[in-house]
Write a protein that binds this ligand. Structure first.
Ligand SMILES: Nc1ncnc2c1ncn2[C@@H]1O[C@H](COP(=O)(O)OP(=O)(O)OP(=O)(O)O)[C@@H](O)[C@H]1O
Ligand SMILES: [Mg+2]
Length: 237
């Protein structure tokens, strides 16, 4: 093979790898196992916020959880496995370490693995705002929907202003999911002591039992990306 042919092949391989990663597929999977993007993946991506639409859960603990959940799924009406019960994850890290990215990446990986998945995602602050009692709105029903959803993402736990009411809502939501052993992906910027302070001891106790803790301890990726952009702009200036 001539040098420039080898370079072209290398470039194509790199492009293919980045396309597979963007689709949430493992680039090391043999080509025969790589299928066309699933309609289910397209449908899931349509519900994922634009920033995280191509998120790939590359953290080993998240990938291991995805495998465990995918393998434990019971076959549903169409034959594809669905989520029944499983462990939950508490993704902990300071600002910008990639917690939300890993959570949406996990949804994409599950769907890519063929798991038939009903999922919902909310931030804790949106959850409380949405459930606030107001005329013409059935907050109880909404709480029940979230509590029963096969997979739930609760992003930024502990980031909203807390009160007795938010503690009660969090307790009712988590307690139901704890009782039914439904997988939940929770993210937080707080350490356990501060989280317990914020959400109450009874929720913290349940989370300790039902979740595996995944600690993301890298730098703030937003600031790292901004610094990289500035560095490149300076080179090209
Ligand atoms: N593994 C990754 N690969 C590529 N980009 C990533 C990865 N993790 C995070 N990012 C990007 O870094 C930025 C910050 O990630 P993200 O929003 O997930 O952080 P976070 O920990 O949820 O922050 P916060 O605590 O402020 O909510 C986003 O633009 C995200 O797409
Ligand atoms: Mg986040």
């Amino acid at each position: 093979m001539r040098d420039h042919d080898a370079q072209r092949v290398g470039g194509l391989a790199r492009r293919l790898t980045s396309i597979l990663v963007a689709r949430g597929q493992d680039p090391s999977t043999p080509p025969s196992e790589v299928s066309e993007p699933l309609p289910a993946l397209r449908a899931a991506e349509a519900r994922i916020p634009a920033r995280y639409r191509s998120a790939f859960a590359d953290h080993p603990a998240i990938s291991a959880w995805v495998r465990e959940i995918a393998e434990a799924g019971r076959p549903g009406p169409g034959g594809a496995p669905g989520i029944a019960q499983g462990r939950s994850l508490l993704i902990v890290g300071t600002t910008g370490t990639g917690k939300t990215h890993q959570a949406y990446g996990a949804v994409r990986s599950l769907v890519s693995a063929g798991v038939r998945l009903r999922w919902k995602a909310t931030t804790a602050a949106d959850l409380y705002a949405e459930l606030r009692p107001r005329p013409g709105h059935d907050g109880e029903r909404e709480l029940l929907d979230l509590a029963r959803c096969p997979l739930l993402i609760v992003d930024d736990l502990g980031a909203a202003r807390n009160s007795e009411w938010t503690e009660e809502i969090t307790m009712r939501l988590i307690n139901r999911r704890y009782n039914e052993m439904l997988p939940t992906l929770l993210t937080t910027n707080l350490g356990m002591a501060d989280l317990r302070e914020h959400i109450g001891d009874r929720v913290a106790s349940r989370l300790t039992e039902m979740t595996d803790k995944v600690i993301l301890d890298g730098p703030d990726r937003r600031r790292a990306l901004a610094a990289e952009r500035q560095r490149l702009a300076a080179i090209h200036a």
